[in-house]
Design a protein around this ligand. Structure first.
Ligand code: PMP
Length: 318
């Protein structure tokens, strides 16, 4: 579907997967005016196809659009794009535990010009790809590299938007993480508070059962995190959204105040953090059972194995 400042949203269509034709002067190629989302479609045992809290992705795409001076796609158009893709490509939604169809909505500036200003011609696309189980052979704790040289976002920056530039900025620190034998990178903000991983939010489980998660204007508000925390609240856990310094993290683990640390996001759902490594230290992280129990509960809802008490599922077929 296309957008222009004069015509608004127009020309919705479904077409076979293939290359996009763009002017070499298309604004997205030079200034990165681009946003995206990540969401999955799940096949239930009865064959029906569902997605999880898609309105939240639609609203987050709108917030990203505002920050990146792109037009806001109406929530209904977003949902319709998911339904229409499933109507033609529903067969691609795999069945089987932890299998899904990954849906990638994205929007970019396609107007051709070289000045720096918001584009007046924009395109919204939705593509999809089957995704196998993220963890083959069981969920295993990951080792995290603490990025001290690089930031992902800053105050007033684009950290809370799902825009390509944030991910471009995370590639070098992520490569550093691999070099250091780690799986993922964790970023701090300029005050030394924990932000998030390259593509997942962080949650700490305290000894008294409270779940604490970093909150700031530069963190991407994860839908998985929000859902996991809601399930924890249902079980009677307290939840705190507040700044968490690196010192609090390290001291909390050393003293036993923090009993579990995990990361969460659409792709892996929940993954325990088994170690935190930096240039000067390596701290083993305590692991427990809460992260995995919450993961199980959330995936049971997504795959229709337990009742969806919060009304989080939206049926996409039929
Ligand atoms: N933080 C970042 C930077 C991400 O890219 C993602 C993945 N979208 C998340 C957190 C987790 O968000 P969600 O649970 O909505 O997938």
């Amino acid at each position: 579907i296309c957008w222009s400042s004069k015509g608004g949203w127009h020309r919705p269509r479904v077409s076979p997967y293939g290359p996009i034709s763009l002017s070499p002067a298309a604004a997205v190629l030079h200034y990165g005016q681009e946003i995206f989302e990540g969401i999955k479609a799940y096949r239930h045992a009865d064959g029906s196809i569902h997605t999880f809290r898609p309105e939240e992705n639609a609203r987050r795409l709108q917030r990203s659009a505002r920050r990146m001076a792109l037009p806001e796609l109406p929530v209904e158009y977003f949902l319709q794009s998911l339904r229409e893709l499933i109507a033609v490509d529903g067969d691609w939604v795999p069945s089987g535990a932890d299998q899904s169809l990954y849906l990638r909505p994205f929007m970019f500036a396609k107007e051709a010009f070289l000045g720096v200003r918001p584009a007046e011609k924009v395109a919204y696309y939705l593509i999809a790809s089957p995704a196998g189980a993220y963890f083959k052979g069981g969920v295993t704790p990951v080792k995290i590299w603490l990025s001290e040289d690089y930031a992902r976002a800053g105050k007033g920056g684009t950290g809370a938007a799902k825009t390509g530039g944030n991910y471009a900025a995370s590639l070098l620190p992520q490569a550093e993480a691999y070099e250091k034998g780690c799986d993922q990178v964790v970023f701090l903000d300029e005050d030394g508070n924990v932000e998030e991983l390259g593509g997942m939010n962080v949650v700490f489980v305290m000894k008294d059962g409270t779940l604490v998660t970093p909150e700031s204007e530069s963190i991407l508000a994860g839908i998985t995190r929000d859902s996991i925390l809601r399930l924890a609240e249902d079980r009677g856990h307290r939840v705190e959204r507040r700044a968490v310094s690196l010192a609090e993290w390290r001291e909390g683990v050393a003293s036993g105040e923090i009993v579990e640390v995990f990361a969460c996001g659409t792709a892996a759902v929940v993954t325990p953090i088994g170690a935190l490594k930096a240039s000067g230290f390596e701290d083993a992280q305590p692991t427990g059972t809460l992260a995995l129990e919450l993961r199980q509960h959330l995936t049971d809802i997504q795959y229709g194995r337990v009742e969806d008490v919060h009304g989080w599922l939206t049926r996409l077929d039929g």
